[in-house]
Design a binder for this molecule. Structure first.
Ligand code: AMP
Length: 280
């Protein structure tokens, strides 16, 4: 694996490779890599001749500056895992490289309804930052296919929407959520959990499973309120538990029993915010 830090350098190399017909799979990440990220690298490797991974902790997507400061960094281990997984190129830019004009005059993306709900509502500006960084990365890497995780369901939907409009030639692959043996969704943020919090964290998955197993057609108010109360009693501060139409994330108050739905949770365990979802 080669590591490239300059946007101009990686762009020149990749343009030359594309010209001779090499297909590129791209996996953008913020590092602190785990098996979830590696599953995206493997999917990219299976479908492309060359795999590019980026590691960049993007300041513009953190609505809380403290959260940005303490985001986990494990770069030595990340490089080892990427090498082992067969990644071809690691793009490791600095903030200046990604935002050469600073943070003024950043692009604004018209995301509409999807930015007003769930993480869009609870993390104002978050999806603008996600779009800013991923669009800049796509312009540099110009991959054949972009790989995203279902773990960040709303983010995948936002990026699919933007990429389809701005980069229609780039295909998008959404990979299933990788979980710890007890069911907890793998996440870089899990590194920040204490032993006690780690044991409690699985309750997010257990709550999703419980709703999935017991949900019935009809009014969903009691299901949602019951789940929020149960997680709160375990010590979580719940941002949301919502049941949404899978294809557009419209929040449902009633379910007809046929519509494909996704159940989504975001909740804090002390200072660590965890998200997860399950498709029914
Ligand atoms: P992040 O480093 O958190 O920005 O994540 C980089 C990519 O990895 C995103 O597309 C995530 O959705 C994906 N990802 C994160 N966690 C998981 C997981 N547990 N399973 C599958 N994909 C994941």
């Amino acid at each position: 694996m080669i590591i490239i830090k300059k946007a101009g350098d990686i762009k020149n190399q990749l343009v030359a490779l594309t010209k001779i017909g090499i297909s590129i799979g791209f996996v953008p990440t913020m590092g602190a890599l785990h098996t979830g990220h590696i599953s995206l690298i493997e999917a990219a490797k299976n479908e492309n001749e060359l795999v590019v991974c980026s590691i960049f902790i993007n300041p513009t997507q953190f609505n809380d500056p403290k959260d940005f400061e303490i985001y986990p960094v494990t770069i030595e281990k990340d490089i080892y895992l990427l090498e082992k997984a067969g990644c071809s190129i690691l793009f490791l830019p600095t903030v200046d490289e990604m935002y050469p004009d600073g943070f003024k005059n950043l692009s604004y993306f018209k995301l509409g309804f999807i930015e007003t709900i769930l993480d869009g509502k609870y993390r104002p500006g978050h999806f603008q930052g996600v779009c800013q960084v991923v669009c800049r990365l796509l312009e540099i890497v110009l991959p054949n296919k972009l790989y995203l995780g279902q773990k960040d369901f709303q983010q995948s939907m936002v990026l699919s929407k933007i990429a389809t409009i701005a980069y229609p030639s780039i295909q998008i692959g959404i990979c299933p959520t990788q979980r710890e043996p007890d069911g907890l969704a793998m996440s870089s943020r899990n590194l920040r959990l204490t032993t006690e919090e780690r044991l409690l964290a699985v309750n997010i998955y257990l709550t999703l499973k419980y709703i999935q197993d017991t949900i019935k057609p009809g009014d969903l108010t009691n299901v949602k309120h019951g789940a929020i109360a149960a997680l709160t009693a375990k010590g979580f501060k719940v941002d949301y538990i919502e049941i949404c139409r899978k294809n557009n994330l419209e929040i449902l108050e009633n379910w007809d029993g046929n519509t494909a739905i996704v159940i989504l949770i975001a909740a804090f365990l002390n200072s660590v915010r965890l998200i997860d979802n399950i498709v029914v």
